[in-house]
Design a protein around this ligand. Structure first.
Ligand code: FRU
Length: 509
């Protein structure tokens, strides 16, 4: 019996190998797994879900995460910790926070308290997380060594509510001169807004969400920040609200609202019909619990998500570890042809440093009924980055197939009249571990002119498709039994022009 991928005691017993028991104070961390990603963040061993408490300070990106250091299924929730200088290579750090008397250490956020408002000194790192036992409380921990070790605040919990509420996310509101916290009122399907002068005493100011957006499942892992609309000086607030289940393709997904925030209350924009639209950040099945780093340089709003889905995260065919994070993405806002403002998620600029050799290049090619076929690099078992521009002004639809020698295939279909890109992984490789895994996901392409540019990252068990510099994204896990080795473009109902095709191998990390 699994509850949303979280194992029960009975199941843990069934999972474990009872034929032989050995005592050890270390874990085997040598990577022998076929599906462990080559350029995505994964824990060294054990189970991982949501990214937590991310902050940037002195050139280092800190990434904490929901972690079970004792097994590869959900249990013993702790904060694992990794650091990076370039958002590509991650160094594993000791576990930052482990279960205490108040329970599991659930998701939360951290800030650099540069003025020392919480009383732990200037530049202390202050983290708020949810303590989860029979109830859920918000607790505090702080670090005076830059995020390596944390002390628990003696006055924990700092916030208790009568109903389930979790995943506190804070930021400093420059204008009001106070801290703001968003908290997911999980079962009530709303986000609560609190303010505080010192991160310890929190006053409830407002709530947003009841009856709005996708309302299934539970609301979790909120985030709130301001961004400029591309090409204008207009600023809008974005409220991120992950939910599970209830995503557009089943299970977990990230929805967001665009609107205004006056320091206390969030008001969502409405569409032409006067309704608050439901918007999704990623149109694949494996993008969840996405939140942003605090303290990022140059006003960047950089996010990372958990690259899995509670429907099958505990069943995916890996053993030593479970789950990776998505590639880091930088957010911006753009106005689409329908007049609405949407969130774009572009691959972080640092990711171009992943590129190795240019394995295949075509300045121009024309696809018809007969496909244009391009080889994917064989080095490092097929991992690569693919860039290509597609002009489908003369075509009804375009098939972009990623295939291997075992006959497995990821089928992308661009439909210019419907403005969609579908991602079909029903025959992509291993899929029988969960009835919810085989799926076709569909992204709106938000273009107007039957042309799209794609940037596709293929790792050992994932494909992320970024369209038009992140105006649409599909993130999906795949488990091919052999490396993908070919990209074929076929045009239906007329020809399709391909240009600027570049396929890069990925440098060994
Ligand atoms: C989201 C979530 C959070 C919670 C954490 C527990 O995936 O359910 O709401 O804090 O995972 O691991």
């Amino acid at each position: 019996m699994t509850t949303q991928g979280r194992s029960t005691l009975r199941e843990v017993k069934d999972d474990a190998c009872w034929k032989e028991m050995k005592l050890s104070d270390t874990f085997d961390t040598a990577n022998r797994e076929q599906y462990r990603p080559a350029f995505h963040h994964t824990p060294l061993y054990g189970w991982m879900n949501d990214p937590n408490g991310m902050f940037f300070k002195d050139g280092t990106w800190h990434l904490y995460y929901q972690y079970n250091p004792y097994g590869s299924k959900w249990q013993n929730m702790s904060w694992g910790h990794s650091t990076s200088k370039d958002l590509i290579t991650w160094e594993h750090q000791p576990v930052a926070l482990e279960v205490d008397g108040l329970g599991h250490v659930f998701s939360g956020s951290s800030v650099v308290d540069s003025a020392g408002t919480a009383g732990f000194g200037k530049d202390a790192i202050v983290a708020l997380y949810t303590s989860c036992d029979a109830s859920q409380y918000q607790s505090m921990a702080y670090s005076t060594d830059g995020g390596t070790t944390f002390q628990r605040y003696a006055g924990n919990p700092v916030l208790t509510l009568e109903s389930e509420a979790r995943d506190p996310n804070m930021f400093w509101d420059e204008k009001a001169g106070q801290w703001v916290m968003t908290l997911a009122h999980a079962l009530d399907h709303e986000i609560l807004f609190f303010t505080s002068p010192d991160l310890k005493v929190w006053t409830l100011q407002s709530a947003f969400g009841k009856g709005e957006g996708a309302q299934d499942g539970v609301w979790e892992c909120p985030d709130l920040f301001k961004l400029k609309v591309e090409g204008t000086d207009e600023e809008k607030w974005v409220l991120i609200c992950n939910l599970n289940p209830g995503g557009p393709f089943g299970g977990s997904a990230t929805q967001y609202f665009i609107g205004d925030f006056d320091g206390k209350t969030f008001t969502s924009d409405t569409d032409a019909s006067g309704r608050i639209p439901t918007k999704w950040m990623d149109f694949g099945k494996d993008h969840y619990a996405t939140v942003s780093w605090s303290g990022t340089p140059q006003n960047r709003r950089t996010v990372i998500g958990w690259m899995s889905n509670w429907q099958y995260a505990a069943e995916v065919p890996t053993t030593q570890y479970r789950s990776a994070n998505t590639l880091p993405r930088d957010l911006s806002l753009f106005r689409a042809p329908d007049g609405e403002i949407y969130l774009a998620s572009a691959p972080a600029a640092e990711l171009t440093a992943l590129r190795g050799t240019l394995a295949c290049k075509a300045k121009k090619a024309t696809a018809g009924k007969k496909p244009c076929v391009f080889e994917l690099p064989a080095a490092q078992r097929g991992i690569c980055e693919i860039l290509l521009d597609i002009d489908a002004r003369k075509a009804d639809s375009v098939s972009i197939d990623i295939t291997n020698k075992a006959g497995e295939r990821v089928a992308l279909t661009y439909n210019p009249a419907a403005h969609t890109l579908a991602f079909d992984r029903r025959n992509s490789g291993l899929k029988d571990f969960s009835k919810d895994f085989p799926a076709v996901t569909v992204a709106p392409t938000f273009e107007n002119g039957r042309k799209i540019s794609l940037r596709i990252f293929i790792d050992r068990s994932s494909i992320e498709v970024f369209g038009n510099n992140g105006h649409f994204v599909s993130t999906n896990l795949v488990f091919p039994t052999q490396p993908y080795s070919k990209l074929s473009v076929t045009s239906h109902g007329g020809s399709t022009k391909i240009s600027n095709l570049n396929i890069f191998s990925i440098k060994e990390q």
